[in-house]
Write a protein that binds this ligand. Structure first.
Ligand code: IMP
Length: 202
């Protein structure tokens, strides 16, 4: 089965492709289908944004679409930056700037607990929602940025039972325990990919 990933984030795309290829699902990029529409992420939940992205992109393309909405939730910040993870600190910041801002906000804070959350949503070729599933990855926020791999907050996030950040652990370990991997596994066990297959024209 072929499915378009509604993301322009090349790191997310590689993670989705790698995890789903093990299941025989071919993930097409935005570039493979001539681009995806810009969907305004104006919902206040991961689920709301993921479903909106999947449905609008699928309706536009006339193809099945998988979307991912994800972010970092920090306990001491009451779950922030959460759905605003990509926009944390305002439009002038890049990934490194956002990590630095988070380190500053958590300076002198003993509670470093945090989790990554990801909601995967699937929509069929008519833009009808098939469903959505959430995955999490628990861990804590380091007081220094370490590692070169991955993206976003990876240099600061240390998953539970590890001593290194996602950016140090690298792709293979990250993909075996990440929020994205857990959301995809949940989507599979919820039967979303089977439902999508049966709603696709043969
Ligand atoms: P989205 O494109 O609205 O889903 O934004 C997700 C944002 O959350 C990204 O831009 C990152 O800042 C952060 N994020 C989500 N998943 C990850 C991850 O796997 N590693 C690091 N940061 C992530």
């Amino acid at each position: 089965m072929k499915i378009v990933a509604a993301t322009n984030n090349k790191h997310k795309l590689v993670e989705l492709k790698t995890i789903l290829s093990q299941l025989g699902i071919e993930v097409l990029s935005a570039a493979d289908v001539g681009g995806i529409p810009d969907v305004v992420e104006d919902k206040d939940t991961f689920e709301g944004n993921a479903c909106k992205k999947a449905m609008e992109s699928a309706a536009h393309l006339g193809m099945p679409v998988l979307s991912d909405d994800s972010g970092l939730c920090v306990e001491a910040l009451d779950g922030r930056p959460g759905v605003f993870s990509a926009r944390y600190g305002g439009p002038g910041l890049d990934d490194q700037g956002r990590c630095k801002k988070l380190m500053t906000e958590l300076k002198d804070c003993d509670n470093r607990r945090a989790y990554f959350a990801c909601v995967i949503a699937l929509a069929d070729h008519n833009g009808q929602l098939i469903g959505s599933s959430m995955g999490k990855c628990l861990g804590h926020i380091s007081d220094e940025m370490k590692g070169e791999e991955g993206f976003g907050y990876d240099p600061l996030f240390i998953p539970t039972d590890y001593k290194k950040s996602f950016a140090e652990l690298g792709e293979e370990i990250k993909n075996s325990l990440s929020h994205r991997k857990n959301a995809l596994e949940k989507a599979i066990s919820d039967g979303l990919f089977n439902k999508l297959k049966s709603s696709s024209p043969t």
